[in-house]
Design a protein around this ligand. Structure first.
Ligand code: M6R
Length: 610
């Protein structure tokens, strides 16, 4: 997804902008550019392709001068990836430069209107209307704040903007509506960025811009205004992530690093909430009194977070006996869902910025529901707009393929399920204690799974050229199979489907022929026999079967060709361990096929557009 950076201060802007952009590379992009401003005017360099292409261009032509500038990595939405569609965009007379994240929905009508006035457009992007409109407004009124508020009044859609204007050589401007943007504060200049990791080497002090806010950023201070131009008092937010946490730390890829961080992430998410043998969720307003009266839960999320929510649904229904509705946010928001103020709506989102999930949250609030957000990013839009927040303390997740966020989402959902069940008097003390004790073993058990990756590497070598790989399971194994399948397809580009294994005979088994790999997740004792029959059925049609199963189970009695073992746990918690071999298998398949798992094609880390 697009990334925005900006700097104003005593240093030359170009090297800082390039460094900030490199810290956003993980978000996925297809072109990049920077613009700086000095006494000679705006200096624009932009190009299709990776940052290295831009670096080579700067090395060849020299770095643009100026102590003020903005930069961008673009993920194409309107207009193909190309030099001309890359950001920053200048107006047709080179007075103003703009970088934009999000989508301007009414750009076509604005463009027609501006063209009638003689304005010449160079790109096919929606973003260029912003620079053209803003330059004309600024020319008329001579005031950057007024020009920005009136331009924003004409824009429909979601955006975060970074702006520099020739007429205002001491000001970096930023505005946000629907797309995240922060202002970084320091004694050696000030910054803007769409994502905190871009700023970590420079400052930990930030202003989190709220909806409609505009920042006028100077070298020595920052002013923030509402979309109507009124001054706004902002609180400084201190970022606690370290630079190391956002770097690869000796691992070849962020994804591998994050897989190996999972035992630590489990501890960080659990430890603050387990005291005196009890679960404490009061930080999120989830007191026993509140949980006891919840009548229905609605779980909404996208992608990996929606797969974690599927496990959450099963856990809450099974333990607390409360009906749970589950949906992906992009469907939920448009299907006119039935909601009641008595519902507890839970949105799950690593980034806290996913556009569809945010829209679902807003829809629920309009319907009077209380919203609990389970999210990883403190200060994210979803965290700020929800009524209650339970943080997954996974630390920054940089790789596009979500791993440690999934595990910590599962944990938060387990904690809610167990505590709700207890508050409703549905769990006896012995079972409650048993769950707590088991939760406390999960970090070590995850560590055990990670002791050796040889089996996953060998299987990846064996299967990385397969056309299709199927993942099957029943109950919670099916929920985990969906996540396992997503991991594989998103980074290795091998076609993969997850099936509830009982469904195979209703169609998908037609695709099973000699040599087709089928990965069967086999941890759910209650349906083990049923699953084994399904495995025999695919084996009889030539499938090569890999089982993910407990080390002490008997699944390998001739049913599976290969087995990836995990330590035994309560079946309820099995998805948390069974996903780890699947993550490793996906990672090594991508490596075997020569793909960079951190930069999967067509994908972005946080999806802030619909
Ligand atoms: O930031 P979110 O958790 O809201 O993101 C939702 C999905 O885009 C995300 O989980 C996506 O499916 C994963 N990155 C895939 O690994």
């Amino acid at each position: 997804m697009c990334g925005i950076v900006g700097y104003i201060g005593p240093e030359g802007a170009a090297p800082i902008l390039m460094d900030e952009l490199s810290r956003l590379e993980y978000r996925g992009y297809d072109s990049a550019g920077i613009v700086t401003l000095d006494g000679d005017g705006l200096h624009l360099v932009k190009t299709r392709g990776k940052l290295q292409v831009l670096r080579d261009r700067l090395a060849r032509d020299g770095e643009p001068k100026g102590n003020l500038g903005i930069g961008h990595t673009r993920w194409a939405t309107h207009g193909a990836p190309s030099d001309v569609n890359a950001h920053p965009h200048l107006d047709d007379q080179g007075r103003v430069a703009v970088v934009h994240n999000g989508i301007i929905e009414n750009y076509q009508s604005l463009r027609r209107e501006l063209e009638k006035e003689g304005c010449v457009f160079r790109s096919q992007t929606d973003s260029e209307v912003v620079s053209q409109l803003l330059a004309r407004r600024l020319e008329k009124c001579g005031d950057l704040l007024e020009a920005l508020t009136s331009t924003m009044g004409r824009l429909r859609g979601a955006y975060a903007l970074g702006v520099v204007a020739k007429a205002c050589p001491g000001t970096l401007a930023a505005a946000r509506k629907g797309s995240p943007l922060v202002v970084g504060l320091s004694d050696h200049g000030n910054y803007i960025a769409s994502d905190i990791p871009a700023l970590l080497p420079y400052t930990r002090k930030v202003y989190l811009l709220d909806e409609g806010e505009i920042a006028l950023v100077y070298a020595d201070h920052v002013e923030v205004y509402s979309e109507w131009g009124e001054p706004v008092e902002k609180k400084v937010y201190e970022v606690t992530w370290s630079v190391d946490a956002a770097e690869r730390g000796g691992y070849k890829h962020f994804m591998l690093k994050e897989i190996f961080e999972q035992p630590r992430a489990i501890r960080d998410t659990l430890n603050p909430r387990l005291r005196d043998g009890r679960i404490h969720l009061e930080e999120a307003g989830l007191t026993d009194e509140y949980l006891a009266q919840v009548k229905r839960v609605v779980l909404i999320a996208c992608g990996t977070a929606s797969h974690a929510s599927l496990v959450g649904r099963a856990a809450i229904e099974q333990l607390a006996r409360v009906p749970v509705e589950w949906d992906v946010a992009s469907e939920f928001r448009y299907r006119d869902p039935i909601l009641s103020p008595d519902d507890l709506l839970v949105v799950v989102s690593q980034s806290g910025e996913t556009a569809d999930t945010l829209a679902a949250l807003r829809l629920a609030k309009e319907n009077g529901c209380k919203v609990l957000a389970i999210t990883n990013v403190v200060g994210s839009t979803i965290a700020r707009e929800a009524d209650r927040v339970l943080y997954t303390w996974a630390g920054p997740e940089i790789a596009v393929a979500s791993t440690k966020a999934y595990l910590t989402q599962l944990l938060c959902l387990y904690l809610v399920a167990i505590e709700m069940a207890s508050a409703k008097g549905r769990l006896d003390a012995a079972t409650y204690d048993r769950y707590i004790r088991e939760l406390q073993t999960l970090s070590d058990k995850a560590q055990t799974v990670l002791t050796s990756t040889t089996a996953e590497q060998e299987l990846a070598k064996r299967f990385c050229h397969s056309r299709d790989i199927f993942f099957i399971g029943r109950g919670l194994d099916y929920a985990a199979a969906m996540e396992a399948s997503l991991k594989l397809k998103e980074i290795s580009y091998i076609h993969s489907e997850a099936m509830a294994s009982g469904e195979l005979k209703h169609g998908t088994i037609a695709l099973i022929e000699d040599g087709v790999p089928v990965v069967a997740l086999s941890t759910q004792g209650a349906v083990a026999e049923k699953l084994h029959s399904n495995i025999r059925a695919v084996k009889a049609r030539g499938a090569v079967v890999v089982c993910i199963a407990y080390g002490d189970s008997s699944v390998e009695d001739g049913v599976a060709d290969y087995v990836l073992y995990i330590p035994r746990t309560d079946d309820l918690f099995a998805p948390l361990l069974s996903i780890i071999p699947a993550q490793l298998f996906a990672y090594y398949c991508a490596i075997e096929r020569g793909y960079d798992p951190d930069k999967p094609r067509n994908l972005a880390k946080s999806v802030t557009v619909e």
